[in-house]
Design a binder for this molecule. Structure first.
Ligand code: PBE
Length: 268
């Protein structure tokens, strides 16, 4: 009964992020599949607005359900838990993969090789996200991580030559995780002499611009689940450079003080 009042207090609303995000689509599917979520809605706004709503709820110890993902600084900052998903709507462990346009290897082999060799851990990514969340500029946070992890960066640039002003455009979505990774990769490419542009887009256009060969690539492909539909749509026109991070995850996330442990503990 207590959870019923929590669900009521939340106005039967899951606090979502950008409408094009895979985790929002998965949350909408969960609303259809779980009886406990009958009549619920997934609000859409932005990752920033979701984080603000989460912070305010935690401050007031109010119930909230957000579309969440790992790696994310929110787990370092607040005591949070994933709601169990017995129907498996949100999928299992994910990889974040790098996708580049066809022809990049021939046109810009050094950029291609660095993007191919880029890989790091969830902890690495989270440390950059935390610095940005605590007020450091995206560029400064990326540079700081690079300075502290020169051994890893050396592996990414191994076997490549420096260039002089070769242009490389990367696309990403303004999700905290992708802000972190894209800025780090951009700084590494810059240090190798590239003239790098990073362009934030919505999720669909991000995939499309790489597939259409308009930009070099992106490091923000969450697979197999989160972006599975976009991958299927564009895979013939992409070069898949494999995982740059293992152990990612999406799901519904709540503060630990909430009684619900499973999506089935919420109430219609
Ligand atoms: N995210 C972060 C994205 C992928 C990266 C989980 C918000 C999404 O849901 O599409």
């Amino acid at each position: 009964k207590e959870e019923k009042s929590a669900s009521e207090e939340m106005n039967y609303e899951i606090t979502g992020i950008e409408a094009g995000a895979g985790v929002v689509k998965a949350a909408q599917k969960a609303v259809e599949e779980y009886d406990s979520l009958a009549g619920w809605e997934v609000s859409t706004s932005s990752s920033g607005a979701m984080a603000t709503a989460l912070g305010e709820a935690v401050e007031n110890e109010e119930p909230i359900v957000v579309t969440g993902w790992t790696p994310h600084w929110k787990f370092a900052k607040y005591d949070l838990k994933y709601l169990e998903d017995p129907n498996g709507v949100f999928g299992g462990e994910e990889q974040i993969k790098t996708m580049v346009r066809k022809g990049l290897e021939e046109d810009k082999p050094n950029a291609y090789q660095i993007l191919d060799q880029f890989q790091w851990t969830a902890d690495d990514m989270q440390s950059v996200m935390l610095d940005i969340n605590e007020g450091m500029s995206e560029e400064e946070a990326a540079k700081k991580w690079i300075e502290n992890n020169q051994d890893k960066v050396d592996e990414w640039t191994k076997g490549t030559d420096k260039v002089e002003g070769t242009e490389v455009e990367l696309v990403f979505v303004n999700w905290d995780s992708e802000i972190a990774s894209t800025n780090v990769v951009a700084q590494v490419l810059m240090q190798q002499g590239f003239d790098v542009t990073i362009t934030p887009l919505d999720n669909g256009p991000m995939w499309q611009s790489v597939a259409e060969g308009e930009v070099a690539g992106m490091v923000a492909a969450w697979l197999p689940g989160t972006h599975g539909d976009l991958y299927e749509q564009h895979k013939e026109n992409l070069v898949d450079l494999g995982a740059n991070l293992e152990g990612a995850k999406i799901g519904l996330v709540v503060p630990k003080y909430m009684e619900a442990d499973s999506i089935e503990d919420l109430n219609p």
